[in-house]
Design a protein. Structure first.
Length: 748
């Protein structure tokens, strides 16, 4: 079969594919005369009938491959016939005795892309067909299953990391589970068909298929066909002990990783690790073992970057495999696009890469020349005129983008012996370089910068701002833009106008090409703006007695919107929050909201802020808040061992008591401002540290009220005066003491 695959298909019998119509008849000749050839199994069955009828085996083989290419079945046909050739081999029988195991089966979307049969399928054929396809080196694709490291080494006599695939296929991946993996803390892993370990593995691979779509890898249980290994690991590293008395609860974090490794070079193509860590307080546990949940894997920029690295590697592999084929009238489109994909990978210029990656249309091979059209990304600005003069500026932008999406770059290159000539390839490169340079210049000009700035960050007011309250009355054009963009569902126009006003002039960068245009922006942090506004309103209410506070929710929300406007107007001059909106031309054409832009806007969660403000005001005590005490001791002991309490900069003002562990007697109390420290003295002994923190202080009776957070430690030993203790009372893993929730009764 190696010879069969290597044979130049120039010998394809024209009669079999382009039979002339006879008078009053539509007769077909050659292999096609024996039946349907539009699917793999039908093609094999038809070829079998032709062999039985005495058709020359060599001619049958040539026509089979020609018809497979004509019907875009080349890849799946290739692996189908190899399965047939390998089905009687000793290697196949040995493997089948080992597999399949249902608890090692992976998701069934492991078929050849855009085809129904899965790759390990085969079909019954005659002995004549088996003889035609005979190939002692053929490799059966095998069911999509995973291997453990030890099973792999035991079966093949070498670790997966040192294994050399005999016939690797572009895009084929073999899944391996590390022996260090655990399905439960300190238990190792077991093959559990319906357990959490198996579900995690299959869901992660399934999500990766979903993310990669048509570019997804093909899972095979046969590592001889794998161009890469996908290595999975799930572990529960020990975190610590929890609880106040024996038997203590053992706690474990959870870490999961996926790594795609090149089977030839052993280098990592892409790797991603995610972890979930237990907090200091455990609310539930199983059999006295607390373990963190398995982390979500397929979210965020890190996962997107991980998937894109895999996509890029798979596209590159497949392009190299396809571009190596001889060009025929039947495969001209797929081979040309493989060549273009290879050129995209070789160039460092993003605009050139985009033109190559967009592929070719209207591809024809005639009279020794390959003619086709490329997407040159030409916006035809000379036909559109200046953006500033356009009556409908949105239409101007969309017309330019539509022009750039068209395949307007016609090319013709010579082909000799089934290959584009060197002169033809140079002509292709020169044309693409010229088009890329012109497109980059057009998109990098002032016209597009102005158009895209207006598209993403329209001004909410006309002219200059006279006072912040003007932002509560945005222009009709701005409101219309918000409605068209679908941004007004949960956010009032007047609050969004404040956010958009606070943005400074964005700058457009086109270095990343048409698929990664970037608006580099400077403005205000949406979440920080809301927090500042909320805190300002809450401050006005907290320092008033209940009778003098806003008496309706509507009045409170009006104050919030005014506060947002005030903070935005004040912040714009010194705005320093930087973010980037990255998008493609196709995103804009298809009205897809860029992920960076959506993330920026979603951080402006007005509805949650309004609800949180209302809840906070309702939880305020009836009395007005008092000024915060100064940092230092408030009452109690003045001699003994020095104990220093230190707060992080991002903490809140904290009231602290040290109480005798055996009697609960108050030994000393103190107050520490955020980011500060203070030192007290107490006699040596066992103490329980009780502390509370919050935004507003109501005295040592109410402390921080219902908005406060209160905690107490396990008994802590304070040694003699030769020692000095420094304690960090943080609600985080960096804290120095183990603690539990407390309430106001613990302070009295």
């Amino acid at each position: 079969m190696n010879k069969l695959f290597a044979r130049v298909l120039a010998l394809i019998l024209i009669l079999s594919l382009c039979a002339p119509a006879l008078a009053g008849d539509t007769a077909r000749t050659g292999l096609a005369a024996y039946g349907s050839c539009d699917g793999v199994e039908s093609l094999l069955e038809t070829a079998d009938r032709a062999l039985a009828d005495g058709m020359d085996p060599k001619t049958v083989g040539e026509e089979m491959y020609a018809l497979a290419e004509a019907n875009e079945l080349t890849d799946i046909f290739y692996w189908f016939v190899e399965n047939i050739a390998a089905s009687d081999t000793e290697e196949y029988r040995r493997f089948q005795n080992r597999f399949p195991h249902s608890d090692q089966a992976l998701p069934e979307n492991a078929g050849i892309r855009n085809s129904d049969p899965i790759i390990y399928s085969t079909t019954e054929v005659s002995d004549a067909m088996k003889a035609l396809l005979a190939d002692p080196g053929a490799q059966f694709c095998h069911e999509p299953v995973y291997w453990s490291e030890s099973d792999f080494a035991g079966f093949y006599g070498v670790s997966y990391a040192k294994f050399k695939p005999s016939r690797p296929r572009a895009g084929f991946v073999c899944v391996v589970v590390k022996d260090s993996a655990e399905s439960y803390p300190e238990t190792g892993w077991r093959k559990d068909e319906e357990g959490e370990f198996y579900n995690t593995l299959t869901s992660y691979i399934g999500e990766l298929f979903y993310e990669l779509e048509d570019d997804a890898m093909i899972i095979t249980g046969n590592p001889n066909l794998a161009s890469s290994f996908l290595v999975f690991n799930l572990q529960y590293p020990f975190r610590g002990y929890y609880g106040s008395e024996e038997p203590y609860v053992k706690g474990y974090n959870c870490t999961v990783s996926l790594t795609l490794t090149n089977a030839k070079s052993r280098s990592a193509i892409a790797s991603l690790t995610r972890s979930n860590r237990l907090a200091n307080t455990i609310y539930s546990w199983d059999n006295w073992v607390a373990k963190a949940d398995v982390p979500e894997f397929f979210e965020g920029r890190e996962y997107t970057a991980f998937a894109e690295k895999i996509r890029s590697a798979l596209i590159k592999e497949r392009a190299k495999a396809v571009s190596a084929r001889k060009i025929t009238p039947l495969n001209v489109g797929s081979v040309l696009n493989g060549i273009l994909a290879e050129q995209a990978d070789k160039t460092k210029n993003a605009w050139q890469a985009a033109i190559y990656s967009a592929g070719a249309k209207d591809v024809k091979l005639e009279d020794g020349a390959l003619t086709f059209s490329l997407r040159g990304y030409d916006p035809l600005l000379s036909e559109l005129g200046k953006y500033a003069d356009a009556e409908n500026k949105t239409a101007w932008l969309m017309s330019a983008l539509t022009n750039a999406a068209a395949y307007r770059l016609p090319l013709s290159v010579p082909v000799q012996d089934g290959t584009i000539t060197a002169n033809g390839l140079n002509a292709l490169k020169k044309a693409v370089n010229k088009a890329a340079s012109a497109a980059q210049k057009a998109f990098g000009g002032k016209e597009f910068s102005a158009a895209l700035t207006a598209h993403f960050f329209p001004s909410p007011i006309d002219g200059k701002l006279t006072e912040a309250s003007d932002l509560l009355k945005p222009t009709e054009a701005f409101v219309a833009w918000l409605n068209a963009a679908g941004l007004t569902n949960d956010v009032p126009d007047s609050s969004l106008s404040s956010l958009f006003y606070a943005q400074k002039s964005p700058k457009l960068s086109v270095k990343g090409g048409p698929n990664a245009l970037a608006m580099n922006c400077t403005g205000v942090d949406p979440a920080a703006l809301l927090q500042l506004a909320q805190t300002a309103v809450l401050d006005t209410q907290a320092y008033l007695p209940k009778a003098e506070r806003f008496d309706t929710p509507e009045a409170l929300l009006e104050a919030l919107m005014q506060s947002i406007a005030d903070k935005a107007a004040a912040a714009k001059k010194n705005a320093a929050y930087k973010f980037t909106v990255t998008f493609s031309i196709d995103d804009l054409i298809n009205e897809r909201l860029p992920a960076d832009y959506a993330q920026y806007l979603s951080a402006f969660d007005y509805e949650e802020t309004a609800e949180a403000l209302e809840r906070a005001v309702n939880r305020l005590p009836d009395i007005a808040a008092l000024p915060l005490p100064k940092t230092g001791r408030l009452s109690g002991s003045t001699s003994g061992t020095q104990v220093t309490f230190r707060l992080a900069k991002d903490s809140k003002a904290t009231y602290i008591q040290m109480r005798r562990a055996n009697s609960n007697e108050l030994a000393v109390s103190c107050f520490v401002a955020a980011g500060k420290s203070t030192t007290v003295r107490v006699p040596s002994g066992e103490y329980t540290v009780v502390w509370g923190s919050g935004p507003y202080w109501y005295g040592e009776e109410l402390l921080f009220g219902d908005l406060g957070e209160y905690s107490k430690s396990d008994p802590t030993t304070i040694k003699g005066t030769n020692y000095r203790h420094t304690l960090k009372l943080e609600s985080s893993e960096e804290g120095d003491v183990h603690f539990r929730d407390a309430d106001l009764s613990d302070f009295h």
